[in-house]
Design a protein around this ligand. Structure first.
Ligand code: MCN
Length: 780
């Protein structure tokens, strides 16, 4: 099975049906008799609902129901809630208010769901939604993170300072002591803009109620079908998990923000039960940015302490992280603390302290989005190092080299408590510098200058915490004719899971992938799953599959010994070009795994005491995270007259441990960089500061990068397999994004520094670059 095994550039099996238009995406699902729903959303950032009259809407033909927050409250709906406690800075308990699913009394962001209108056709539901009469009393709103932290306007009367909670990591006393000794302290404020994932397919949901079985079925494009089922059952409906089935087909992009429970899921289910017919909701493209969770949006005040030799002594960071108006679940807090750990990067920093203040504002909630905290962390440390180099007239590469964790110090416990197990950080950087011809840059800069262009180069050495503790599940089910079905608890949303896991199966069992049926995303068919996030699927799902395969081999070996009349101790399992075979040591006797599998289903073949059939499960939970890392170098040019930015060259050297599929990996790195580049140079969710209105509601205002915005991306690997899982793999799905933000903005700053620009915040649009240059001239 050499051509399909681990490390082979296998083309994606799933692409055949995608390219032929034969995928089963969310909006491809239609059920007989389905009704259609529209969510009526708040047009205001902050307002009290004085009165809501659904009468005119209900009078329209075809309209079946208009549900409001009061209906949900009367039905006894629960909320998701945050299952842990944190404190506010003054030591009082965390302030967090979950959303019920529809507003109750007050709306707190533009787009907040207010009513759920169901009709026989979508057109009727849309028309009816326009007739729901709501009398709003407008209140002052605050959407900007810094403004919200100033607390002049409160999102919740009960929490006047808008601070939900404080999360701290590291050792404050040691950090303060190190700062007291420092020869230099470099201070900067970095602002990370708010962005939105913009999946190819906007979200959707269909709810079904089966009165005979008294059971709900939800068809929804979610990343964690099993966790959505659990959340709906235990937190929202308070019914046994066995009474809900969640089916997630092909997902048209998830990127973290299709994470789990959204209000529409409970709404379609409940409406289906009330109306005794399936209810379908599909998010409009123009509705999506109002309806979905956003990401990033924080402000970090960072300080780096250095000694006289340019060695890092300590890092101190205080971050204001905008979490939105509601904290509906732990998910809305994840990006505020989940990954602050990687703030010390790949550097040997003896002391560190981080404080993250979760700030509420009249905005959509924020949630994990490709990188979920690691891009933000890497951005701060990698920009701070560049700023330190500029301020102290040091070389940014030498400063990094001098402070990088050398291989001899690995495994390494960071000042923020992470345990880096392996890597080759210095070599990553060296390789990236060579690939990018860093040494030749001064000549290229001089040449560009001659024709009126500012050339800059930037580097970032990202490290991320991925695939941490938490289980994943795999099941191998042989059929009586010798082929098999593979069921996975992780959920593909575009990463190519079918191919990746079939490769693991080919490697371990020598199974021809073309004979394998692949199933994920259905809680009735797959026994258990956590789902896909945090670049965990290859590492944890792949390892669960490896374990299940080990169990298959162990059982099949007993049967093979019996069938070949040999002792079990003499049986070996070998995977070769002719698939997986059991052989008898010292003989040429062999039996294919598929033959043994067939025999397992015939009772008269079995030795005494061996159970029939051949199906095994694996559930793997790693002891610790993996730490994918790498080095990114970006080279840019800026038109000194107009501020127009060109990204000319981009180089990545990545270490994701064992590479399962080099083509899949490259695709992931490319996609990750695309999302990082988008944020670094153009994407941004903007709210009007006064009215709180969303100003970037369409692609006319929210700029997305296109193919022409990208240079050729050179991607090479420097893999150091980890020992924390049987595959040696580290996560890869977010790696590109984590490095791209700082590498690109560092390059922009480098280009601008010769014209005396001292500071620059993303996104690096031409207008902002031009403004930064103009401000300098004005200052002069
Ligand atoms: N891979 C590999 N070797 C490794 C690790 C990964 O060859 N050591 C390759 C495999 O092809 C694998 C893929 O990379 O299928 C992604 O693997 P992994 O790092 O395990 O990430 P997950 O499958 O868990 O995906 C999650 C990750 C996250 S968190 C986001 S967000 C994201 C991303 O993946 N969302 C995506 N990539 C995405 N890609 C698409 N097309 N759509 C999304 O929504």
């Amino acid at each position: 099975m050499g051509q399909f095994g681990i490390g082979q550039p296998v083309r994606r099996f799933e692409d055949r049906r995608f390219l032929r238009g034969e995928g089963r995406f969310q909006n491809d699902v239609n059920l007989p008799g389905q009704a259609h729903a529209v969510v009526l959303r708040s047009p205001h950032a902050h307002a009290r609902i004085r009165a809501l009259d659904a009468g005119p809407a209900l009078a329209l033909p075809g309209v079946l129901a208009v549900y409001t927050g009061d209906d949900l409250a009367a039905a006894g709906f629960g909320t998701m809630g945050v299952p842990f406690q944190r404190k506010r800075p003054d030591g009082s308990p965390m302030f967090a208010r979950a959303h019920l699913g529809l507003a109750q009394g007050t709306v707190r962001f533009v787009g907040e769901p207010v009513a759920f209108v169901v009709a026989a056709s979508l057109a009727q539901a849309r028309d009816a939604a326009e007739l729901v009469e709501i009398d709003y009393e407008l209140l002052q709103s605050v959407t900007d993170t810094a403004d919200a932290a100033e607390a002049k306007i409160a999102v919740w009367d009960e929490c006047p300072d808008n601070i939900s909670n404080l999360f701290e990591a590291g050792n404050l006393a040691a950090t303060e002591a190190a700062f007291a000794q420092a020869a230099h302290i470099v201070r900067r404020r970095y602002v990370i803009s708010r962005v939105y994932a913009h999946f190819l397919e906007p979200r959707g949901a269909i709810g079904v109620w089966d009165p005979g079985e008294e059971r709900y079925t939800l068809y929804a494009d979610v990343q964690y079908p099993h966790r959505v089922r659990q959340a709906l059952a235990t937190r929202i409906f308070k019914i046994p998990e066995s009474r809900i089935r969640v089916i997630s087909g092909d997902v048209g992009g998830g990127f973290g923000t299709k994470g789990w429970q959204y209000p529409e899921h409970r709404l379609v289910l409940w409406a289906a039960k009330q109306l005794r017919r399936p209810v379908k909701w599909t998010c409009e493209r123009s509705e999506a940015i109002l309806a979905d969770e956003h990401a990033r949006d924080n402000i970090s005040d960072a300080m780096l302490a250095l000694d006289n030799d340019g060695k890092f002594l300590a890092l101190r960071v205080r971050t204001f992280a905008n979490v939105g108006a509601y904290i509906s679940s732990e998910r809305n807090l994840l990006a505020t603390f989940g990954n602050v750990g990687t703030l010390t990067g790949v550097y040997d920093i003896p002391a560190a302290h981080v404080a993250v203040l979760a700030v509420m504002a009249n905005t959509n909630g924020t949630a994990p989005y490709r990188g979920a905290g690691r891009p933000e962390a890497t951005y701060v440390i990698e920009r701070l190092i560049d700023d330190a180099a500029r301020e102290l007239h040091d070389d940014p590469i030498e400063l990094r080299q001098r402070n990088m964790i050398p291989n001899a110090k690995l495994p390494y416990k960071t000042a923020l408590g992470l345990n880096y197990d392996c890597g080759d950080f210095l070599a990553n950087q060296e390789k990236a510098l060579a690939l990018a011809d860093w040494d030749g840059f001064p000549a290229r800069r001089a040449e560009a200058r001659a024709y009126g262009r500012l050339r800059g180069i930037g580097i970032a050495n990202p490290i991320e915490k991925s695939a941490g503790p938490g289980q994943e599940f795999a099941e191998i089910r042989f059929h009586p004719s010798g082929n098999l079905t593979l069921l996975m608890g992780s959920k593909n949303q575009g990463q190519g899971h079918e191919t990746t896991f079939k490769q693991v199966l080919a490697e371990r069992l020598g199974i021809d992938p073309n004979e394998v049926q692949y199933i994920d995303g259905d809680t009735d068919r797959v026994a258990f799953g956590i789902g896909t996030n945090g670049s965990r699927s290859t590492v944890i799902g792949g390892s669960a599959l490896w374990m299940a395969a080990d169990k298959i081999i162990a059982k099949a070996k007993k049967l093979a010994a019996h069938l070949m009349e040999a002792s079990e101790a003499d049986i070996e399992f070998v995977v070769g070009d002719n698939g997986g075979n059991f052989t008898v040591a010292g003989t040429d006797r062999r039996l294919a795994l598929s033959e043994v599998a067939k025999a397992a289903f015939r009772a008269n073949n079995l030795p005494p005491g061996l159970e029939g059939g051949l199906y095994e499960t694996g559930t793997f939970a790693p002891i610790d995270f993996t730490y994918p890392n790498g080095s990114h170098v970006c080279e840019v040019e800026i038109d000194a007259e107009t501020g127009e930015l060109d990204i000319l060259n981009y180089v990545v050297v990545d270490d994701v441990g064992t590479v399962v599929n080099p083509v899949g990996l490259k695709g992931q790195i490319h996609g990750g960089i695309a999302q990082g580049l988008g944020q670094a140079v153009m994407e941004q969710v903007v709210y009007d500061r006064e009215s709180g209105q969303m100003l970037t509601g369409s692609f006319m205002d929210y700029a997305m990068p296109r193919a022409e915005d990208f240079p050729y991306l050179k991607v090479e690997s420097n893999p150091v397999p980890t020992k924390r899982n049987p595959l040696g793999a580290k996560g890869a799905g977010e790696a590109g994004t984590v490095g791209a933000l700082p590498a690109i903005v560092n390059a922009v700053m480098d280009a601008l520094s010769p014209v005396a620009v001292k500071h620059f915040d993303m996104p690096a649009t031409s207008a902002r670059i031009w403004q930064a240059m103009t401000d300098v001239y004005r200052d002069d």
